[in-house]
Design a protein around this ligand. Structure first.
Ligand SMILES: [Zn+2]
Length: 378
């Protein structure tokens, strides 16, 4: 990926290019910023700039063999590590999941952790790095470089590392072999262990401005209608990935992702997330909110159908069935009628022009109460 393909972030780009010109490339760097701001694309563009055979003042060439291989995520000295679910015996390192991860990043390098969960069907499972993965990284940094040049270890979302895992990596991060560069990319710097943060050079990747998102959806995604552009800008709220999802995932997929995330935040009573969700939904427009509530009603009903009939009558696809199976215990005879009623009521309120933010926040809080209600005897 070339720098010019990274949305906005002019200041960060300038700073990174300067480190190459000055010959002071730090061996451990932490790109940090909110989801959808482009920390990973920036790290990839940086690696490409460093290895490019014909780089210019302000960008890599995009056509030499290093550029092509890095763009395709196939450069032999570019290694990736990221959190994953350990679901089969023997699957113990990120290498076992790297095909899926690259596929997601090729589709959209702006993808966030929620998209990754969805991609690997891990909505209700724990993402983690294992101690074996730390050992794997420690081994990789001592392998001879294929190209004779720099070797990169890109660690996506290191905030998912446990203390044990990060401890195993500290020495490598502090004193890697020559020409080895750690590029870490975090969505949540606060959750990251201070032992890691303190050993890295920080690269700030701020939230994108509305203007950045606006030109991205026009120039990259080819959206023409002004009204649609403004709707996407509002919905994105500085997170380009939100706009990308709306444009490139089919609506049923999108609603499914939203429904799963919504149920999780309602169950946990994560009020900050509920407010964010209500704002995003509101910004997406009335018709979209109605479609979502329809979909939520369908999902809730399917959960109970699955619940009562052992899955036989449910018309879910494998992904929905998997979610419903785990979620069905929370939707039962004691609350289904009220859940359906609340969803319907919200639907009518939205249709009748009641303020979307208020309706959805209120609905989320009610959902929390309903989902947590103890199961009554059947
Ligand atoms: Zn090049």
């Amino acid at each position: 990926m070339q720098f010019r393909k990274v949305i906005g972030q002019e200041e960060a780009k300038k700073g990174l290019i300067q480190t190459v010109k000055d010959g002071r490339i730090s061996h451990a760097q932490l790109f940090f910023g909110p989801a959808g701001a482009g920390a990973l694309p920036l790290a990839l563009a940086y690696a490409q700039y460093i290895t490019c055979e014909h780089r210019t003042e302000d960008d890599s060439c995009g056509t030499c063999s290093s550029c092509k291989q890095i763009s395709a995520l196939q450069y032999p000295d570019l290694h990736f590590s990221f959190p994953y679910i350990k679901h089969r015996v023997g699957e113990v390192t990120a290498d076992d999941h790297v095909g899926n991860w690259k596929k997601m990043i090729q589709e959209s390098p702006y993808a966030d952790v929620q998209q990754w969960r969805y991609f690997v069907n891990a909505e209700n499972k724990q993402l983690t790095f294992t101690v074996d993965e730390a050992a794997n990284i420690n081994k990789k940094i001592w392998l001879k470089s294929f190209t004779g040049g720099y070797k990169f270890i890109v660690i996506w979302l290191p905030e998912f590392m446990t203390l044990a895992v990060s401890n195993k990596l500290l020495k490598s991060i502090e004193e890697p072999p020559e020409k080895t560069i750690f590029l870490m990319v975090t969505e949540n710097q606060e959750a990251l262990l201070a032992t890691i943060t303190s050993r890295t050079q920080l690269v700030k990747v701020p939230r994108l401005s509305d203007d950045d998102v606006r030109s991205a959806v026009v120039l990259r995604d080819g959206v023409i209608s002004n009204e649609k552009v403004e709707q996407l800008v509002q919905m994105a709220d500085g997170n380009y990935f939100k706009a990308w999802q709306k444009l490139h995932l089919d609506q049923e997929d999108l609603h499914f992702n939203q429904f799963v995330a919504w149920m999780r935040m309602c169950y946990k009573k994560d009020v900050a997330e509920m407010v964010k969700f209500a704002n995003e939904m509101h910004a997406s427009g009335r018709e979209n909110m109605k479609e979502f509530l329809d979909f939520a009603t369908f999902m809730a009903r399917q959960c109970i159908v699955g619940n009562y009939t052992d899955g036989k009558l449910s018309r879910f696809g494998p992904r929905e069935a998997d979610f419903a199976q785990k979620f069905a215990p929370f939707i039962n005879s004691g609350n289904i009628a009220e859940i359906a009623e609340e969803l319907q009521e919200a639907y009518y309120d939205i249709s009748g022009n009641v303020y979307g933010k208020t309706v959805l926040l209120d609905l989320s809080l009610k959902m929390h109460g309903l989902l947590r209600r103890p199961v009554e005897s059947l």
